[in-house]
Design a protein around this ligand. Structure first.
Ligand code: ADP
Ligand code: ASP
Ligand code: MG
Length: 403
């Protein structure tokens, strides 16, 4: 008997009619004789709305209480889906994080799933029931409700697939699969039939929110094949699996972008050993993630400029830390929070010369200025002015034959 994890995202469960539609999809799968565990997100917009409510009380709303609040969105859809299944004569039951339990560790709002108790759910599956599990939430060792980071229902689905030893993990969403870039912004985007874990991991970490990156990471680590497909069409989706099975005919597989970056430049920093460490040590301590770093060659052998990028949300905190850092002297600090990161990703880049040049030439031809660059074996990212984002994505999509 095949055991399937089916995950339904926020838009897929965004209304009562849609939940009923999802119940019908599940019923069909169940009637084929499969064991089904459904993992659900909150209704589209619900998590943002709850965050808004917490902010109306305080910008620094208590993190423990925030997790109690945010997990309620997935509680609602779990109950509605299990109820909708029962209504169409499918035996079903929902469980909350603490009832299974879904054990997590790590900070509030950003925990990781470490284990689940499979007994009760497996027993129910063996008795021909469909289990409904809320995404995005868990319970810590000391009994507090936790959440696992935005978009985390994907990570719940992959963890459930692993821990319950499922045969497949299908991610149902509002687009037909993973595209060469965001299809809601670039209509010329093309659906990708199959993609390697590595490429998917880069794309999702660089802004393609169709799969949450930590979910892809877990799938890669345990070799759990994923399929991303649409709740609203019957079209074939995108298969994500181990890269050995994929033929790379194109150098670039996809273009991703994120608009949540900020760039900081320290002008006139002493050019001597230890300075970079002194700049970044307190940022590291404050858990601020530094993405790209550029240090100019010193023209006078005394001072240099250091530029780096961070998440825009961390800008205020970073400025404060730099201001209070007595170990670093500089003449001036400038920052720009209207920047975006545009990236090309492709395992085929390794064996294709000239990709870097084509990217830079293409952007230059369209008068798009590059503010910072970072590369890895299968990706190339540039920081540009935010207003040029979609234009750059479109151009790169065309240059690398993805339209
Ligand atoms: P869900 O609520 O189902 O988890 P998300 O909103 O998290 O759905 O992710 C799906 C969205 O991801 C799509 O609607 C699309 O706009 C966006 N997206 C961004 N990049 C891509 C891409 N490369 N391929 C497909 N979708 C993408
Ligand atoms: N509801 C959560 C969020 O909006 C989790 C998810 O949808 O995957 O981030
Ligand atoms: Mg999502």
């Amino acid at each position: 008997m095949i055991k399937k994890v089916l995950k339904f995202g926020g838009t897929s469960v965004g209304s009562i009619e849609r939940i009923q539609h999802v119940a019908n999809i599940i019923k069909k799968e169940h009637e084929l004789g499969h064991q089904i565990i459904a993992v659900v997100s909150a209704m589209a917009g619900q998590t943002n709305e709850l965050i808004g409510k917490s902010k109306a009380i305080s910008d620094e709303f208590d993190k423990r209480e925030l997790d109690v609040l945010l997990s309620s969105g997935e509680q609602v859809t779990s109950a509605l889906l299990a109820g909708a299944l029962k209504k169409i004569d499918v035996k079903s039951k929902s469980w909350l994080n603490w009832q299974i339990p879904i054990l997590t560790e790590g900070d509030y709002n950003n925990s990781r799933i470490i284990n689940m108790n499979v007994e009760k759910v497996n027993e129910f599956l063996n008795n021909n029931g469909v289990a409904v599990i809320p995404g995005y939430q868990g319970i810590s060792k000391n009994g507090d409700v936790t959440t696992i980071g935005r978009g985390g229902s994907d990570a719940t689905a992959v963890a459930v697939a692993k821990i319950f030893n499922a045969d497949t993990c299908e991610i149902y969403t509002d687009v037909d699969g993973v595209f060469s870039t965001d299809p809601s912004k670039i209509p010329l985007a093309k659906k990708i039939e199959k993609i390697s874990y590595d490429e998917m991991l880069e794309l999702s970490s660089l802004g393609a929110k169709v799969m949450q990156s930590s979910a892809v990471q877990t799938a890669m680590m345990y070799n759990i094949p994923l399929e991303v497909r649409s709740t609203f069409t019957d079209r074939k989706g995108t298969k994500i699996f181990d890269q050995q099975n994929i033929d790379y005919s194109k150098s670039v597989t996809g273009v991703a972008y994120s608009k949540d970056d900020a760039k900081i430049t320290l002008i006139g920093v002493a050019d001597k050993p230890g300075v970079a460490a002194n700049i970044f040590e307190p940022l590291n301590k404050a858990q601020i993630n530094v993405d790209m770093v550029i240090q100019n060659i010193s023209s006078d052998n005394k001072t240099t400029d250091v530029t780096f990028t961070i998440k825009r949300d961390d800008l205020l905190k970073t400025k404060e830390i730099l201001k209070n850092n007595k170990n670093v002297k500089y003449k001036k600090i400038t920052y720009n929070d209207k920047v975006a990161k545009v990236s090309i990703v492709g395992a085929g880049m390794v064996s294709t010369p000239g990709v870097t040049y084509r990217m830079f030439r293409g952007l230059a031809d369209h008068k798009i200025n590059i503010l910072a660059i970072s590369t890895s074996e299968i990706k190339l990212s540039v920081i540009i002015d935010e207003e040029n984002t979609l234009n750059a994505v479109k151009k790169l999509h065309t240059i690398f034959d993805l339209d």
